[in-house]
Ligand binder design. Structure first.
Ligand code: EPZ
Length: 442
């Protein structure tokens, strides 16, 4: 397993570019299962999760490349429409596999997908996905830990579906039901749909394939079913969470960062909080006018202020940037309050940041962060993707050396992050955990 060794407090400056969005890519790749013509996607990030998705799609009868490439489009062709099973071995490494359920059911009439288990950020039920597909007429049962879904004779039927849950709408649930409804007979209305930009991007792709979807990006999506979909090409939106992580990096003490390919239009709640703290975010004079692919600079005013922050479904502050915001607030004077409303248990980074000298008091879904003058490097353990990113930010700001173990979590969402941080002046090195002792950093 790999680890990062970071010598903190090095001044950072320069430009860093956000890649294509991981969370948009996964359901878009799964949409290839809806047709027998090739789907050509560009800007698929080369990550553990997208490689796993290609692997799964290959098992599901698709011709796929070995791995995505930044330079070449990724072509996925569902050449053999007979396989319908997503094995637990794959699903357990990547919960995003669940977004093959809707497309398989709609196009092949049957799907057997291992039920995803819990994960480090808390309970991850799929009841809303199943309820939505049942409303379209699917019969669903659980067999030996697998979800077994079968479409009625004659195929899925349009329906009105309320997809809201106790913690708000579901992103991948909306993706599953919307994708399945493209081939259902008649009209489907999804009420309390997720409004995330990844859903808008999926609807854009599906419409380019011949679907008839309106309202994506709002809480009510209407889908008029069509008989078949056809091949197309599509460029995936930039990753708002990666870009947001880089904005936080620019907000760190001493950093002077430009973020390229930044979907600033999808990051309003984040910019609002950062500006409230005392961080200025501005478009560069040569920025593309497309605010989903902007170039922005991040600069810090002299003194920063503590703030309150609550995670919410889009367009609210994203849960996927909560841990990174916490790392930033650890050194902002005063008491900041962070409330996690999407995954109330998503706080595994708290004890690790505390090892670095952070003062955090957590009770239930709320954490009070009392700013300290500086963090101190320490050996820490990455527990999940975004917690890992928060530890990288903290390690870069801290005085002294930080060793982050289990960075495979980070690799699921940030492609070769260390290679992109070094040109900014970051002193960060990837090592094999086995080699830590011999180089004297154990
Ligand atoms: C997506 O997960 C993202 N994953 C997550 O990103 C992100 O944190 C999450 O949306 C919320 O924005 C991908 O896109 C691959 P949800 P998803 O269904 O769709 C509850 C990252 O770090 N819920 O929107 O699985 C659920 O427990 C990751 O990149 C139900 O109750 O999340 C949660 O409280 C991690 N029943 C809330 O809804 C359901 O059937 C939102 O979850 C489904 C969800």
């Amino acid at each position: 397993m790999d680890a990062f060794v970071i010598e903190g407090a090095a001044p950072l400056t320069g430009s860093i570019k956000a890649n294509g969005s991981k969370n948009a890519a996964l359901p878009l790749m799964a949409a290839a299962l809806l047709m027998d013509e090739p789907l050509v996607l560009s800007d698929v990030p080369d990550l553990a999760d997208t490689r796993n998705m290609l692997h799964l799609l290959a098992e599901l009868g698709c011709d796929v490349p070995q791995r995505p490439s930044c330079d070449e489009p990724t072509t996925i062709h569902a050449a053999d429409a007979s396989p319908c099973t997503a094995r637990y071995d794959i699903v357990r490494t990547m919960r995003g596999s669940i977004c093959t359920l809707g497309p398989l059911l709609a196009r092949r009439g049957h799907a057997r997908i291992a039920m995803p288990g819990g994960c480090a950020i808390g309970d991850r039920p799929v009841d809303l996905h199943l309820r939505g597909l049942q409303a379209l007429g699917a019969e669903i049962e659980l067999d030996s830990g697998d979800i077994v879904a079968t479409a009625p004779t004659g195929g899925l039927r349009g329906a009105s579906i309320f997809l809201g849950g106790a913690f708000g709408p579901t992103v991948l649930g909306t993706a599953n039901v919307m994708s399945a409804a493209t081939l259902a007979q008649g009209e489907t209305i999804i009420e309390s749909a997720a409004c995330e930009p990844e859903i808008t991007d999926l609807a854009k792709l599906l419409n380019a394939m011949g679907a008839q979807i309106s309202g994506a990006g709002s809480p009510r999506i209407t889908i008029r079913g069509v008989r078949e979909l056809s091949g197309t090409s599509h460029r995936i939106i930039p990753d708002r969470i990666e870009a947001g992580t880089f904005l936080m990096l620019g907000a760190l003490d001493g950093a002077d960062i430009t973020v390229e390919n930044c979907p600033i239009d999808a990051l309003m709640a984040v910019c609002d909080r950062l500006e409230r703290i005392g961080i200025d975010i501005a478009l560069t004079p040569d920025s593309p006018t497309d605010l989903m692919r902007a170039t922005v600079t991040v600069s810090r005013r002299d003194s920063l202020q503590a703030t309150r922050l609550t995670t919410q479904p889009h367009p609210g502050f994203p849960t996927d940037l909560q841990a990174q915001a916490m790392a930033l607030l650890c050194t902002v004077r005063g008491h900041s309050i962070i409330t996690e409303r999407i995954f109330p248990e998503r706080f595994l980074h708290v004890p690790e940041l505390s090892r670095m000298g952070a003062q955090i008091f957590r009770q239930g879904p709320t954490a009070v962060v009392s700013g300290v003058d500086h963090l101190v490097g320490a050996p820490v353990m990455a527990s999940d993707l975004r917690a890992s990113a928060s530890l990288v930010l903290a390690g870069l700001a801290a005085q002294g050396q930080t060793i982050i173990r289990r960075v495979y979590h980070l690799d699921r969402g940030y492609a070769s992050l260390e290679d992109r941080l070094v040109p900014l002046g970051a002193q960060i090195q990837r090592v094999d955990e086995k080699d830590l002792a011999p180089i004297g950093v154990c």
